[in-house]
Write a new protein. Structure first.
Length: 466
């Protein structure tokens, strides 16, 4: 497989496919609004959409540092699925039934995104093939079966467990020993979705200022180099770039994830792989991979490279390390040997927000008018939509336009978590954790034992994931 001609960076393959947009005009000076949204990714745009739909006369301003979709919204793997970070912890804190309600809301969120995209004529290459999680070692199979049972216990009674033969009939993954499939998922083109959302909210009358970095958020104030926007509600929707804001360096850790995209693969290769259902594809490794079959018949596959930059740093253009490209290529060829001669057209990286307890949250502080949502830990394509509808309901409740709703009663609303450790401890911790996960995955690949490697269990405890 050749990587000589691989485009490295340039934000993402999705932008190479669609073209980088011309930035909208920056903030021209001091301004006022009813609601100011900081961040022009999925969370910010969905929030603007639902607020404007609910109350058309609202004056809503979105401030974006680069251009809409520059961050994770334009770089992700295109998994629209029903996973949400922190559900198990919310079950411990609030009870099983509360977590079941949260899971049901996520199941319905997949349907909601598909519905709105169709209603607003957003063609985002959405294909509802569900999500296929695959195991290819004895230890992964044991985790898969546990995972499958837990998902059913949280109400996913339509989930299907498949053996080795049935799995390979769906997607011919070398060495696959089993899989779990849920219908609550779809593949999409991330940039087509974010561009469509931005155009839709502008058409509704929302003001978007791009090339306008917000340096500090205070009650009723969003400060930028070009002026200050004053509004009763300031909503922070900055996910992996939250650490760039004053006072937010340790709020959410910007975890790095990397991806590659092959050239369009010929029919002969697809005849060996299958994947006619175009399910989004994941595995049960500790340093897991995620993949999709794109609308133009490429494989886009992602995973962890260098997981974290010292001091909560973030990249500029998505460039990733050559060693990471090779590692992702190795995963691709191990799973699908017939791709060995295919060209890797593009490689890129981006950051996602990780809270210290790995729990996604949505909050409105009624005493200050400050709100925020995020910490999706890589599950944001759908979760952003649920977060946006919840922020809408919280604001309408606070302003007296409505009372509590089913969404405002979900257990992730108002969740508080401690900040990340000071450097160098968080850098050492994150890099140590992923070194342990990779080592555990290597041992499990050659081990006949079904149990999870003890080093991975120790890494989970270090991370605060269990």
């Amino acid at each position: 497989m050749s990587t000589v001609s691989t485009v490295n960076g340039g934000i993402s393959f999705w932008y190479a496919d669609q073209g980088t947009p011309l930035a909208r005009e920056p903030l021209p000076g001091d301004a006022t609004a009813d609601i100011c949204i900081v961040g022009g990714g999925y969370t910010g745009l969905w929030t603007a959409y639902y607020l404007k739909k609910a109350v058309p006369f609202l004056n809503i301003t979105v401030l974006e540092a680069k251009f809409c979709g520059y961050g994770a919204s334009g770089r992700n793997g295109g998994w629209l699925y029903n996973g949400i970070a922190g559900r198990d912890r919310y079950a411990k804190l609030h009870g099983h039934e509360a977590a079941v309600r949260l899971q049901q809301a996520m199941n319905e969120t997949v349907d909601e995104v598909v519905r709105v995209a169709a209603e607003e004529d957003i063609d985002a290459d959405i294909h509802r093939g569900g999500v296929l999680e695959v195991a290819y070692t004895p230890a992964q199979l044991a985790r898969l079966k546990d995972f499958h049972s837990v998902e059913i216990a949280f109400g996913e009674t339509d989930r299907v467990l498949r053996g080795a033969r049935e799995t390979c009939e769906r997607v011919n993954i070398t060495g696959a020993v089993g899989s779990s499939w849920t219908p609550h998922g779809a593949r999409l083109h991330p940039v087509k979705l974010v561009k469509g959302l931005a155009a839709t909210v502008e058409a509704l009358g929302v003001t978007i200022h791009e090339s306008t970095p917000v340096t500090e958020i205070k009650p009723k104030h969003a400060h930028t180099p070009y002026g200050t926007v004053r509004a009763p509600y300031i909503l922070r929707c900055t996910e992996g770039f939250t650490a760039n804001l004053k006072g937010q360096r340790r709020t959410w850790l910007p975890m790095n994830s990397s991806m590659i995209a092959t050239e369009p693969l010929p029919r002969s290769v697809w005849d060996t792989i299958g994947w006619d259902g175009r399910e989004t594809l994941g595995d049960m490794a500790h340093a897991y991979m995620y993949a999709q079959r794109t609308a133009d018949d490429r494989i886009a596959l992602g995973g962890r490279g260098v997981p974290y930059r010292f001091g909560s740093g973030t990249d500029n253009d998505g460039r990733t390390q050559p060693a990471t490209i090779e590692a992702l290529r190795d995963i691709l060829v191990r799973l699908f040997p017939t791709t060995a001669g295919a060209r890797i057209d593009h490689a890129w990286s981006g950051v996602l927000g990780v809270p210290r307890d790995w729990c996604a949250t949505v909050t409105l502080d009624r005493s200050t008018g400050l709100g925020w949502a995020g910490g999706y830990v890589g599950s944001g394509v759908a979760t952003t939509n649920l977060a946006a509808r919840t922020l809408r309901d919280l604001i309408q409740q606070d302003s007296g336009q409505s009372g509590p709703t089913e969404l405002t009663a979900l257990p992730w609303v108002g969740h508080k978590v401690r900040r990340w450790e000071l450097e160098p401890f968080r850098w050492l911790g994150v890099h140590g954790m992923y070194a342990a996960y990779r080592a555990a995955d290597r041992r499990e690949l050659t081990s006949p034992r079904p149990g999870t490697d003890p080093v991975a269990k120790a890494a989970d405890r270090l991370a605060g994931r269990h």
